[in-house]
Design a protein around this ligand. Structure first.
Ligand SMILES: [Zn+2]
Length: 271
């Protein structure tokens, strides 16, 4: 739905606006869930300075912007404020990705107000695609952090793990950030080894998903058990085990890449 090749240059009243308050996305309780606001509504409800609008792209021939509003300014009788994750699977993928992109760009702008090299205040250039430091000429574009996420299998069984530190326990695929200088395949092997102590092979790429928490892209893989017994890293993993289709634990929603990896594998099992 969102055209990210074209950036709007100036907010117009009829343009679309994604609104965030801290880490939460703010949507209207009226109308379709997760739909963006109009710029005119943002300006009348929150009196937001248009100078702070962050360009996101174009949709339905209108500009799309991201705005940040103060947390004490949310009217919970009219507005819904919640973590972006709460929209996953509740709105269609295109709308979720648009929310995610708006959040990432707002987060990027917020964390690059000053130059990382010399500390000088930055300014946006290239219609908002980058920030520039006028003193030392450092130019910074929005950054995306690649993560590998992998479903390890052993015959018909799936390796699923409950991450440490999550209140709601469910079993998911293993995942972790890529290190500089590493290939995706090396990252898969290292993450699995670090988190559950086994060796994997036959690594195959499946699909990817932007993951705006705050700025990852998840690269999904399948891998097969090669050797070793499960030995969990207690810092990362609370529990992990091999599961088969007859006794599956609670797993992530199908809208997530983890849910898709699991479902893709299960669908291909002999019945
Ligand atoms: Zn600088």
């Amino acid at each position: 739905m969102l055209d990210i090749s074209a950036y709007p240059t100036e907010p117009q009243e009829d343009d679309w606006a994604f609104v965030f308050s801290g880490r939460n996305t703010v949507t209207s309780l009226r109308g379709q869930p997760g739909m963006p606001w109009r710029v005119a509504e943002v300006s009348s409800q929150w009196g937001v300075d248009m100078e702070t609008a962050v360009p996101v792209g174009r949709w339905q021939e209108r500009g799309v912007w991201a705005f940040s509003v103060p947390e004490n300014n949310i009217d919970l009788t009219q507005q819904l404020s919640g973590n972006l994750y709460s929209l996953l699977g509740r709105v269609d993928d295109g709308l979720f990705h648009a929310h995610g992109r708006a959040y990432q760009l707002l987060h990027w702008r917020d964390t690059h107000r000053h130059c990382g090299r010399c500390g000088m205040e930055t300014r946006t250039i290239e219609d908002g695609r980058a920030v520039l430091c006028d003193r030392c000429t450092l130019r910074v574009y929005p950054r995306v952090s690649p993560c590998v996420i992998v479903l390890v299998t052993k015959g018909d069984r799936l390796l699923l793990a409950a991450a440490a530190g999550f209140q709601k326990r469910f079993y998911s695929t293993l995942a972790g950030f890529m290190e500089p200088g590493e290939t995706c395949e090396e990252a898969v092997i290292r993450e699995v080894r670090e988190e559950v102590g086994i060796e994997v092979g036959n690594i195959r790429y499946y699909a990817s998903q932007p993951w705006p928490f705050p700025s990852q892209v998840m690269l999904g893989f399948f891998a097969e058990w090669k050797s070793g017994e499960l030995k969990l890293d207690p810092e990362e993993i609370e529990d992990a085990d091999w599961f088969d289709a007859t006794a599956m634990p609670p797993t992530p929603p199908i809208a997530s890449i983890s849910g898709k990896l699991i479902s893709h594998f299960m669908e291909r099992l002999p019945t």
